[in-house]
Design a binder for this molecule. Structure first.
Ligand SMILES: Cc1ncc(C[n+]2csc(CCOP(=O)(O)OP(=O)(O)O)c2C)c(N)n1
Length: 370
């Protein structure tokens, strides 16, 4: 990673033609027909999961969902660059990363249904659960990476966050610390052009990747709708981190084609012309065109991918609807790792309230230790 590219790194144009860039192409020279098809399939399946989850929210089966629509290449490309022992620290939108890490699709919705405090077992896949506190995962990724560095472990961590999060103090602190202490972390910013209704142009006066130089780490802009280019630059950053050379920053230029979450109406703040322009750069269409150009596309393959997508979406739907309601007092579980008298008392008072016990003074907080 030189950090000197004048233009975003691109290996495949929107019409499916390869770009002549020997330096970055060499990083994915081993990606043959099967892997190209696998990248395509992962993007299609994760879009299908996302569409299903959005529909489940509209049908009242989920409280909320944060769609990844349009960001499939940024997520699938980067996730494929990671090793199983690397650790992922994500925001709330990285469904495709989770899928590529091996999270069972049926584990993706529990938190959003309000049926559990978490979605998947983080240690089973080395990936944290959805994190709503914007930017905080940069600090978590840096802390974990630094500890691994001290332990002599040859691993990397990756922090996924958005263009809006890049303005957070947490990200600034994480980048400063990681660069000074050579923590093996990859800062992966998905610049999807919007932080809810805030456009990226008021977020940063320079390309976000340029900020990396000020911290003392390489920064690269990549076409985030080009899955091969994302794979290439993330492999480079991960290799750098794993070999002890410290952190890197990647800005993947992509677009949030859907709403911020299902609670948002993007037509109130952005134009149809803008969304149509980005629809023409759809990451899945681009990969399909590449496969067609390189004679890797046929109807049998298309049918297999469609069948797999439907099967996974159906599993997500059934698992979501079938999730048992948790006991209300589970609200107090996992607040602290060890019992805490205040939480214990609140749980007792709430249980008493639920059973209709007239001792409601406790539920109102009277007598609860402060
Ligand atoms: C610390 C904090 N501040 C504000 C919010 C409210 N909030 C939730 S998402 C969001 C926008 C984040 O935008 P961006 O980082 O670009 O990521 P994107 O949602 O586009 O993926 C905001 C301000 C929050 N969850 N956490």
């Amino acid at each position: 990673m030189t950090g000197k590219s004048e233009f975003p790194v691109q290996l495949v144009q929107p019409d499916g033609r390869r770009v002549l860039d020997p330096e970055h192409a060499a990083l994915v020279a081993d990606v043959g027909p099967e892997q190209l098809r696998e990248l395509y399939e992962d993007m299609v399946v994760t879009r299908r999961i996302d569409t299903e989850a959005t529909a489940l929210q509209r049908q009242g089966q989920l409280g909320l969902w944060a769609p990844l629509l349009g960001q499939e290449a940024a997520q699938v490309g980067s996730a494929h660059a990671l090793h199983p022992d690397d650790y992922v620290f994500c925001s709330y939108r990285e469904t495709a990363v989770a899928y590529c890490r091996g999270v069972p699709p049926t584990d993706l919705t529990g938190l959003w249904r309000g049926a559990a405090h978490h979605c998947w077992d983080p240690h089973a896949v080395n990936m944290t659960n959805p994190n709503i506190v914007v930017g905080s995962q940069g600090l978590h990724a840096t802390g974990y990476a630094f500890a691994a560095h001290l332990d002599g472990a040859d691993i990397a961590t990756i922090a996924y966050f958005g263009d809006g999060a890049s303005s957070q103090g947490d990200i600034a602190e994480a980048m400063g610390f990681a660069a000074s202490w050579s923590a093996p972390v990859v800062f992966f910013c998905q610049n999807n052009h919007w932080a809810i209704s805030e456009p990226v142009r008021v977020q940063s006066a320079t390309p976000i990747a340029h900020r990396a130089y000020g911290y003392g780490m390489p920064g690269e802009q990549v076409d985030g709708n080009d899955v091969l280019a994302v794979l290439a630059v993330t492999r480079q950053a991960v290799a750098r981190a794993r070999s002890g050379c410290g952190p890197s920053f990647i800005e993947a230029l992509t677009y949030r084609m859907g709403p911020h979450t299902t609670a948002d109406d993007p037509t109130r703040y952005r134009s149809t012309a803008e969304t149509e322009q980005w629809a023409r750069r759809d990451p899945i269409d681009r990969m399909r065109k590449l496969l067609e150009r390189e004679d890797l596309w046929d109807e049998a393959f298309a049918r297999r991918v469609a069948a797999r997508s439907d099967e996974v979406a159906q599993a997500v739907r059934s698992a979501t609807i079938g999730m048992p309601d948790p006991a209300p007092t589970e609200l107090f579980d996992h607040v602290y790792a060890t019992p805490h008298p205040l939480i214990t008392e609140q749980r007792r008072a709430y249980a008493e309230y639920l059973t209709g016990d007239p001792g409601l003074s406790s539920a109102r907080g009277e007598g609860v230790p402060q």
